[in-house]
Design a protein around this ligand. Structure first.
Ligand SMILES: *Cc1c(COP(=O)(O)O)cnc(C)c1O
Ligand code: SF4
Length: 339
């Protein structure tokens, strides 16, 4: 009896973010079919996805151009044959995360802030990701295991910022995250709560009221660092999610990785900065690719990256020029490469 009205309500509300996540495309054949791509892409995609699975939600696929194998969003997620061979200089743990790990999912490399690996899960598997070989199962602070991480922070009064990272911290439920934040609030020297996430871009329905409650509703100053590599990723749904974050008092920043064939043109990067600001996000970091095994086809030289950065600086106001940075194992901060 109540069935039709229930269904109608569901139809207007749309699927929950968990449902969208569960329906993410994992089969290369499905991706090829949806986007009307050449079937010759299939076999290499199947091979490469055995090492690091394909994973991409439908809402992100909808922003790609049908029939275009070079689409800048597709290139970030489609497994390619180029990932398979070993390339010298491209290694499993290029940024020394394992060395910096203090156990319990705590990465403490930089003064005053710690990074918590909250989960290994992501909404999307980015082919260039430096964590594609990271052994999360050993390193993350999930489930009942917040306590050692919280103790680590509580014992060090110089830590004023806690960064939730992963994987993607927003792939955890709001209930779990609210529990964690409630405990961080009790540590008096923690002032800022930062979340590093690609989920608001890939799956903007993730910005729920419950999220705004735990993230922006405590005494901790909320900062969200998104991860966007191309202006096409920022559609109206993302713009709306950012508006809600900002409405709740969240400072919203972005980091980008320079990727060959995705955004390694000055016009593309300049347009990305403009579009970020249009939707209320400030560009923060422009990363050189971490030299992770399987991602060598995304690499550009440091000389070329610096040139792109200089061209951005020549065309944009200073506040829209992200810092060009490189992560070097064992250094106390990301290395800034000046324009
Ligand atoms: C990037 C990073 C941070 C944050 O660095 P900021 O310069 O503050 O953005 C903190 N810890 C680790 C381990 C990092 O990799
Ligand atoms: S950690 Fe970030 S870059 Fe890596 S796969 Fe997950 S969302 Fe992509």
């Amino acid at each position: 009896m109540s069935e039709p009205s229930h269904a109608a309500r569901r139809a207007t509300a749309g699927p929950s973010w968990q449902q969208e996540l569960a329906r993410a495309v994992r089969d290369p054949a499905e991706l090829v079919r949806i986007l009307d791509l050449s079937p010759t892409l299939l076999e290499p995609a199947r091979l490469a996805s055995r090492h690091f699975p394909l994973r991409v939600p439908h809402g992100y696929i909808a922003r790609m151009e049908r029939g275009n194998a070079e689409d800048p969003l597709l290139r970030q997620v489609l497994p390619l044959e180029a990932e398979l061979g070993a390339v010298s200089g491209f290694v499993a743990d290029p940024v020394g995360d394992l060395a910096a790990s203090k156990g319990a999912g705590v990465l403490h490399k930089y003064y005053g802030r710690v990074l918590l690996i909250t989960t290994g899960a992501c909404a999307v598997n980015c082919r260039y990701c430096f964590r594609r070989h990271f052994p999360y199962a050993r390193a993350n602070a999930s489930a009942e295991h917040w306590l050692p991480a919280l103790r680590y922070i509580a014992r060090r009064p110089e830590i004023e910022e806690v960064i939730l990272s992963g994987g993607d911290p927003l792939s955890l439920t709001d209930r779990r995250l609210a529990e964690l934040v409630a405990q961080l609030v009790d540590i008096p020297h923690v002032r800022r709560l930062r979340v590093h996430s690609r989920l608001p871009v890939v799956l903007p329905t993730r910005i729920t009221q419950e999220l705004l409650n735990w993230f922006a509703g405590s005494r901790l100053q909320p900062v969200m660092v998104l991860h966007t590599n191309h202006a096409n990723e920022l559609d109206d749904a993302v713009a709306n999610a950012v508006k809600r974050l900002r409405g709740a008092g969240v400072t919203v920043l972005n980091q980008t990785v320079v990727l060959r064939g995705v955004n390694d043109e000055a016009t593309t990067l300049t347009e990305l900065s403009r579009r970020l600001f249009d939707v209320g996000i400030l560009p923060y970091y422009l990363h050189l690719l971490d030299r992770v095994a399987g991602a060598s086809h995304f690499a550009i030289t440091q000389v070329r990256a610096r040139a792109l950065h200089r061209q951005m600086a020549a065309r944009l106001p200073g506040y829209l020029v992200p810092r060009l940075v490189q992560e070097i194992e064992g250094t106390p901060g990301k290395r800034w490469l000046a324009p």
